[in-house]
Design a protein around this ligand. Structure first.
Ligand SMILES: NC(=O)c1ccc[n+]([C@@H]2O[C@H](COP(=O)([O-])OP(=O)(O)OC[C@H]3O[C@@H](n4cnc5c(N)ncnc54)[C@H](O)[C@@H]3O)[C@@H](O)[C@H]2O)c1
Length: 427
C-alpha cells in the first residue's frame, strides 16, 4: 500500500521529521498556527532547525500531486487521505507542574475525525507511560467511531532531537519505535528505518517506549541537579567547581555534566510527567522531584551570587546597571520556552538593579509576548556595573567584555563557565 504521511504539529520536532520523510514519501504537514504555515510555505523555518534550502528542496505547492515532498497546510481535510498520522504537538505542564495534555487531546480529536480503517496513528510527543493508550486512543475511537487494534492502530516513537545541534540531526539519531500490536510495531519500525540512517530500536510495547523517553530526560535532570548541588557546596568552600569537574572527568566512568540553569520544555518538564504517573500509582518520587527542586532553585541562586560578587567589589546595588547576555533556554538556538534566565532577571530586578538583556538569537517580539521583557538583538553601546553571561551562544565566547565595563570595579559573572579568566566569578 502506498504510504502517505501526515505530520500533525510542525514545530521543533515535527518540521525536521516531516522534511526527512518528504525526501522519500508524500507528506502533508498540518499545523493549527496559520503564521507557521505561511512562513513554512515561503520556505523559511524560524526555529532554524531545518535550513531553508533543505526545506525548499522538499516543499510542494500542489496538494493533489502523487509525488514525494512536503505540503504544508492548516486545513484538516488536506490530511484526510493519509494512512499514517504522526503527532508532534507540545506536552507542557500547567502552573502547578501537572501534565497538560490539552494539545494532545485536540490533535487526537482532529486525527480521529479523519481516521479510516487500516490507518496508524503514531505519537512522538513526550508523555508518561500509558498516556498514548489510556488518554489518546479513547479520543481517536470516540471521534472516528472506529475500534482500536481492529480498525486502526497506534504507535509511539519518541523524538530525541536536540535543538540547535547541527551535528546530531534527526536521521543520525537512533530512534526508538513501538506499535500497539507486534505486527504494527514492525510496520512502524520499518517506516522509521527507511529514513533514519542511524537505525531504530523496536521496543516491545508502547508503554516501554514512552517510559524510555521520559527517563532519558529525567536522568539528565537528576545528573545536572547533582552538579548544581556540587557548585553550591564548592562555592561555599571557595573551590572552583569547573576545575573539580575537569579533574574528576579524567576517570573513565565519571559523567561530564556541568552546573547551570535547566530550562526548555524537555529536561525541566518531562520529569513532572513521570512524577505524576508515579504518584497516581501510589509512589511519591523522591529523587526525581528533588532534582527538579534543585534545578528550579538555580535562577535565584545565580542572582544572589551576582549580588554577592558586586558587594565584594564595593558596587552599589540599587540602581546598578547590569547586562544579561542571553535569554534563550540553551546556546545557539532561538527557543525561549521555559527559560530560567527569566528567574535570574526577576531576582536581580528585585534588588533594584536596572537590566539590559542582549541576545542575538532570541526574537525580541517573542520574549516580550512570553515574559513582558525588552531584549536587544544587537550589541549594546553602553557601559555596565555587572555583566552576567547566562547562555553560551557562540557570539559571546569572543566578546570583548572590557569595553562593556563601566569602570575597574565592574564585574563579570559567568554562569556557563566558558569565559576563563575574563570573569571575576562563575557558577
Ligand atoms: N524541542 C525538542 O527539543 C524536543 C525533543 C524531543 C521531544 N520533544 C517533544 O516533542 C513534542 C513537540 O515539541 P516541539 O518542541 O516540537 O513543540 P513546538 O511548540 O515547537 O511545536 C508544536 C507545534 O504543534 C502545533 N500544534 C499545537 N496544537 C496542535 C494541534 N492540535 N494540531 C496541530 N498542530 C498543533 C503548534 O502550533 C506548533 O507549531 C513535545 O512533546 C516535546 O516534549 C521536543
Amino acid at each position: 500500500m502506498k504510504k502517505k504521511i501526515a505530520v500533525i504539529g510542525l514545530g521543533y520536532v515535527g518540521l525536521p521529521l516531516a522534511r526527512l520523510f518528504a525526501t522519500q514519501y508524500q507528506v502533508v504537514g498540518f499545523d493549527i498556527n496559520k503564521n507557521r504555515i505561511a512562513e513554512l510555505t515561503k520556505g523559511t523555518d524560524k526555529t532554524l532547525e531545518v535550513p531553508d534550502e533543505d526545506l525548499q528542496a522538499v516543499l510542494v505547492t500542489d496538494f493533489n500531486t502523487n509525488a514525494k515532498g512536503l505540503y504544508c497546510t492548516d486545513a484538516l481535510q488536506d490530511v484526510a487521505d493519509c494512512t499514517y498520522y504522526i503527532i508532534t504537538v507540545p506536552t507542557p505542564v500547567d502552573k502547578n507542574n501537572r501534565p497538560d495534555l490539552t494539545p494532545l487531546y485536540k490533535a487526537s480529536e482532529s486525527v480521529g475525525s479523519v481516521l479510516k480503517k487500516g490507518d496508524i496513528v503514531i505519537y512522538e510527543s513526550t508523555v508518561y507511560p500509558g498516556a498514548t493508550e489510556e488518554e489518546c486512543v479513547p479520543v481517536l475511537e470516540k471521534h472516528s467511531g472506529l475500534q482500536f487494534n481492529k480498525d486502526f492502530f497506534a504507535g509511539y516513537s519518541p523524538e530525541r532531537i536536540n535543538p540547535g545541534d547541527k551535528e546530531h540531526t534527526i536521521e543520525k539519531i537512533l530512534k526508538v519505535t513501538s506499535g500497539s500490536t507486534p505486527e504494527i510495531g514492525i510496520q512502524v519500525d520499518e517506516l522509521y528505518k527507511s529514513v533514519i540512517t542511524a537505525g531504530t530500536h523496536l521496543a516491545p510495547t508502547i508503554q516501554v517506549a514512552e517510559a524510555a523517553k521520559v527517563i532519558e530526560n529525567a536522568q539528565r535532570d537528576i545528573n545536572i541537579a547533582f552538579v548544581n548541588e556540587l557548585a553550591k557546596i564548592f562555592n561555599l568552600l571557595n573551590i572552583d567547581t569547573h576545575a573539580v569537574l575537569a579533574a574528576a572527568a579524567t576517570k573513565w566512568n565519571f559523567l561530564p555534566f556541568k552546573p547551570g540553569l535547566v530550562g526548555g520544555h524537555c529536561i525541566g518538564v518531562d520529569p513532572y510527567y513521570l512524577a505524576q504517573k508515579a504518584q497516581e500509582a501510589g509512589y511519591h518520587p523522591e529523587i526525581i522531584l528533588a532534582g527538579r527542586r534543585m534545578n528550579d532553585s538555580m535562577g535565584h541562586y545565580v542572582a544572589s551570587e551576582v549580588i554577592k560578587l558586586m558587594l565584594n567589589h564595593d558596587l552599589k546595588i540599587k540602581g546598578a546597571s547590569l547586562l544579561v547576555l542571553g535569554i534563550t533556554f540553551k546556546e545557539n538556538c532561538p527557543d525561549v520556552r521555559n527559560t530560567k534566565v527569566v528567574d535570574v532577571i526577576q531576582h536581580l530586578k528585585g534588588y533594584g538593579t536596572s537590566i539590559d538583556i542582549y541576545d542575538p538569537w532570541a526574537s525580541p517580539e517573542e520574549v516580550m509576548r512570553e515574559y513582558g521583557l525588552v531584549t536587544i538583538d544587537s550589541m549594546p553601546n553602553k557601559k555596565y556595573d555587572a555583566i552576567v553571561l547566562t547562555v553560551a551562544h557562540q557570539e559571546f565566547i569572543t566578546l570583548d567584555l572590557d569595553v562593556l565595563k563601566a569602570d575597574a570595579a565592574a564585574v563579570v559573572y559567568d554562569v556557563k563557565g566558558i569565559l576563563a579568566d575574563k570573569a571575576e566569578a562563575k557558577l
